[in-house]
Design a protein around this ligand. Structure first.
Ligand code: SF4
Length: 213
């Protein structure tokens, strides 16, 4: 990583911190396992829709064990509106069963243990680590991926490669905040189809934005 790229990354981080210092995950949860379930549900679904579904879901299934013991068909119906419900229900049930079997019913707090759980990849693990456990992680969702590529922070399109590129550019303690702030910037300014480059405070640090001027 060049010094110039690191300097640009820090300038973007400072801009984001100044503008979105209260950015957090927009998924509603009160316990680590709820965030894990909500993150599994958020694949190919909006956080707004997930929050509508989990409002009742977390009242019906109050513990890891309740999810592990859930009737699969009933769980599928309960989460139907988030899409890909068959896979998601299977993963939630399997993931919670593994948490009981291997971790005494407590969501594990390391990347290595989390990615061993059914349906849990690095992105989901980093959401849980960063937001529920305070362990910094770079969360590469669609917004982070898009802005990393447009700005020139990463030349990769694979989310895991983007994650490692950002990890080299940004100090570890900032990883979770930086990711959450990029998501907020993506929702407000750097739209997938119509980025508002003219209104964007990052434009002087963004390859795509500079070309659009
Ligand atoms: S300048 Fe445009 S492309 Fe770059 S981050 Fe801002 S809105 Fe996105």
């Amino acid at each position: 990583m060049s010094a110039a790229l690191k300097k640009k990354a820090m300038a973007i981080a400072e801009y984001l911190q100044a503008n979105y210092d209260d950015a957090t995950t927009s998924l509603d949860y009160s316990k680590p396992h709820e965030l894990l379930v909500a993150t599994i549900l958020s694949a190919q679904c909006t956080d707004e829709r997930v929050n509508i579904v989990t409002k009742d879901l977390f009242k019906k299934y109050r513990t890891v064990k309740a999810f592990a013991d859930a009737d699969l068909g009933e769980l599928e119906k309960d989460i139907h509106s988030t899409g890909f419900f068959k896979n998601k229900a299977k993963n939630i049930k399997g993931c919670c069963a593994a948490i009981i079997e291997k971790h005494g019913g407590k969501v594990p707090g390391t990347m290595e243990e989390l990615v061993e759980l059914p349906g849990v990849g690095r992105k989901t693990a980093n959401v849980v680590l960063g937001n529920a456990f305070g362990t910094p992680g770079v969360i590469v969702d669609t917004h982070v991926s898009r802005i990393a590529q447009r700005s020139g922070l990463s030349k990769n399109s694979d989310p895991v490669k983007i994650e490692f590129d950002i990890m080299e550019l940004i100090p570890q303690k900032m990883w979770t905040d930086f990711s959450n702030q990029l998501v907020w910037h993506g929702r407000r300014i750097c739209d997938a189809r119509k980025p508002k480059c003219g209104e964007c405070g990052m434009i002087k640090h963004c390859d795509f934005g500079k070309k659009s001027q």
